[in-house]
Design a protein. Sequence first.
Length: 229
Amino acid sequence: MGTEERKAREKEQRRNAIIDAAEKVIFSKGLEQATMEEIAEKAELSKGTLYLYFKNKNDLYMAICERGSNLLNSRFSKILTGDHTGIELIRLMGETYLDFVRQHPDYFNAFMYYENLKNTEELENSEAAQVCEENRREAMTYMVRALQIGMQDGTIDDSYDPKELAVVLWSCTRGITTMNHMRQTGHHFKMLDEMDIETGSLFSNFLDLVGKGMATPEGRKEKMTDSHF
């Protein structure tokens, strides 16, 4: 291994160690309460060294978002390599997304922070934010591909535009998932409580509804995987 290659690997290892430390501090205290000093201490580095890798706390939080979106997309990618019909792929992707949010609520908080950023300069100057955007596009591409597979194998109605349908599915899934996340993390939904609605069954029914709506007669005969929420 050459000197430059070794230095690059060491730099990446240190960067990951900083992100590990940042996750521990931010996930336990929250973004607003966490400080760069605490993160540097947790990483056993000087504050000056920390700033060699990240411009500020928000830039570091974007790196956490990047890590989470990498993990989520790797799960989507794995689904597409399986032997499934298109209609099954859509359901699996929806279930995977909700499961991910339930297992990693702190990453989802990072996703929401990124999506609500209004400072375009901050987005443009953050390499991690750019990767998050690329990952979001890639996730949408996975959804479009699953729909195209379904249209090719005859389980999804091919009269729809797969890109438009992907946006509809993603938007609805995102909304229900956000509601589930907020309820899980302590937000009070009086309306849902009064109606005695569980978001898990709500999501399952949503997938059944859209699945039947876009499926061909052949697709409706497919055995859809049961939800496990």
